[in-house]
Design a protein around this ligand. Structure first.
Ligand SMILES: [Zn+2]
Ligand SMILES: [Zn+2]
Length: 226
């Protein structure tokens, strides 16, 4: 486990890489109520539930950024074990959620489950954790139904596979779209501010400002923004 940070006094985050893809599941919780959510529980559910128990967190919801197997493969089992709902992504990723078992079998991984969320997310929606409000952006490009979830006061965003430290999401998958992804990053994420920290779907955390300075795909200098 790595990267325990406190975006603001009432919220804590533990980033837990899971699956052969080392996907960053976030355990996000409210430090007073000890209620929490898993964002993108892609697999290794025993490890995830063990982490929640270790920190004394009661899981009240599962939030998904998009439908890829390494992000959503453990969602159904987590929801069953915690007795909670699955929220997100946008409905345009349901075709991926329907294909999780088949995709994992190609990698020889058993035990993953397809997923039908209790609620889809749309641009402008809000989510609540113990009274703390999180905002939702629809950010297609990597997948058509990808969403980003952020907490404004805490200055933290969960961006899935839209943006990485020094890179951006792949768009060579079916229904990927490079220009859409660039637009999602520059028109939806950048306006949140350079100070915003983000947890990407893989590898280390960063800030939007850092990526605008030196990301080889979307830095201001690369895109020709003055
Ligand atoms: Zn993905
Ligand atoms: Zn991923």
């Amino acid at each position: 486990m790595t990267d325990q940070t406190k975006p603001q006094p009432k919220l804590a985050i533990q980033v837990i890489p899971v699956t052969p893809f080392q996907q960053n599941t976030s355990l996000l919780w409210h430090t007073e109520t000890m209620e929490g959510v898993f964002i993108d529980p892609g697999g290794e559910v025993d490890k995830l539930m063990g982490a929640a128990e270790h920190f004394g967190v009661k899981i009240v919801e599962v939030w998904l950024t998009h439908g890829h197997l390494d992000h959503a493969g453990g969602a159904t089992e987590v929801a069953e074990r915690a007795g909670c709902k699955i929220i997100g992504p946008h409905k345009d990723d349901q075709w991926l959620l329907d294909d999780i078992e088949a995709q994992w079998k190609k990698y020889g991984v058993e035990g993953s489950r397809n997923c039908v969320p209790d609620q889809y997310l749309n641009d402008g929606d809000t989510l609540t954790l113990s009274g703390e409000t999180f905002h939702v952006l629809h950010t297609p490009g990597h997948t058509p139904g990808h969403v980003v979830i952020y907490h404004e006061e805490g200055g933290i965003a969960f961006v899935g596979d839209v943006l990485f430290r020094g890179s951006i999401g792949r768009t060579d998958f079916p229904r990927g779209n490079h220009q859409q992804l660039i637009d999602s990053i520059t028109k939806k994420l950048w306006p949140l501010g350079n100070h915003m920290q983000f947890v990407p779907g893989h590898n280390e955390m960063s800030t939007f400002g850092q990526e605008r300075r030196d990301n080889g795909f979307v830095a201001d200098s690369v895109l020709g923004v003055v």
